[in-house]
Design a protein around this ligand. Structure first.
Ligand code: FUB
Length: 338
């Protein structure tokens, strides 16, 4: 949104914003929204200033717990339901409770979350509760076969559940090939296929993968995999899956180019075909979202750093209506009016 050293008038920017923070008493980010029992529940990261210096690994994103937000409708007020899970109550996790997601099955609620384990590697855990707002009790170990960050859980119409996950750079996805970590691995060079998110089907008890995770490939209009150098379109982090008119929509952040983009497929495993941009860049380095239907209307939940006047790890979740064209294309949203 701004070049280095440019003085930004954040009050003017706030006035131009198409939507305002859902809560202002805490900083929140990475909103995963779902409708449970007729209400909207948002599972965000809870941003804090942990006093950790900025670096490319994102260590300054030092979050420690999760608060769940509840809304009677996406156009209403958001209520903070309080702490749903704290890192001190997760036996395997040490720090950095990053972007979570949640789902319900058979009367239980499952919160999926990434955190750094004591060996410095991100893993994904699951915590279980009886109500959408928690509290959630974490399983003693991370999900076997999970790694990296940004879990997004998707329940298909046939009763199967899938976990999408993965993020490059601070999210460590570039350190894995075929689900195995090695320090020698790096992001592919610009002319090689980009790394994709990962997906695995969940077990009936929602606590494990029934298969090794697979790569989610995104193809261009010629049917070729997007390349690692295609920074404005390739996958970076923050996967989200939703279904619209029978098609699977994979949406995600492009990271260093700060777009939310999407690709579609007839299969939850893909391959997906790139379609376009959902959201142009927001204030702050990261952009992360979810898409949720409520009473026949569709909404984009996202975040920006306007409230903190541009502090990239102090973000605020927002919501705006999302519209489809007749052919199923999503209309691009611009977060600030001209
Ligand atoms: O909130 C920490 C990280 O920032 C998330 O995991 C990424 O998706 C980015 O939003």
């Amino acid at each position: 949104m701004s070049t280095e050293n440019e003085v930004v008038d954040y009050k003017a920017l706030a006035a131009r914003a198409i939507s305002q923070p859902l809560v202002t008493h805490i900083y929140t980010a990475d909103p995963s929204a779902h409708v449970f029992n007729g209400k909207v529940y948002i599972y965000p990261s809870h941003d804090i200033d942990a006093g950790i210096p900025f670096n490319d690994n994102g260590d300054h994103f030092g979050m420690e717990d999760y608060h769940v937000l509840r809304m009677d409708s996406p156009e209403g007020k958001a209520e903070d339901c309080g702490v749903a899970l704290h890192v001190k109550d997760v036996p395997w996790a040490e720090r950095q409770m990053w972007a979570p997601d949640a789902i319900t099955k058979d009367g239980k609620y499952y919160l999926y979350f990434p955190a750094r384990a004591r060996d410095g590697l991100f893993k994904i855990g699951v915590a279980i509760g009886d109500q959408p707002e928690g509290p959630f009790v974490a399983e003693p170990e991370p999900i076997a076969g999970s790694y990296s960050i940004d879990p997004a859980v998707f329940g298909d119409d046939d009763g199967e559940f899938y976990l999408y996950f993965g993020g490059i750079w601070g999210g460590q996805l570039q350190k894995y090939r075929d689900n195995t970590y090695s320090e020698i691995h790096e992001e592919p060079t610009a002319d090689q296929p980009a790394l994709g998110a990962r997906v695995a089907r969940l077990s009936a008890d929602m606590k494990s993968f029934v298969e090794a995770s697979r790569e989610v490939v995104i193809l261009d209009e010629q049917g070729q995999p997007l390349l690692a150098g295609d920074n404005s379109r390739r996958y970076f982090e923050g996967p989200w899956m939703h279904k619209y008119q029978g098609k699977y929509y994979l949406s995600y952040s492009t990271g260093d180019t700060h777009f939310l983009c999407y690709a579609t497929s007839d299969n939850p495993y893909g391959p997906f075909t790139y379609q376009g941009q959902i959201l142009t860049p927001v204030v702050g380095w990261t952009t992360h979202h979810s898409i949720c239907e409520f009473e026949g209307k569709w909404y984009l939940f996202y975040h920006d750093s306007v409230l903190s006047e541009g502090v990239t790890h102090l973000r605020s979740v927002k919501v705006t209506e999302l519209h489809y064209e007749a052919d199923g294309k999503i209309k691009t949203i611009h977060p600030y009016r001209d």
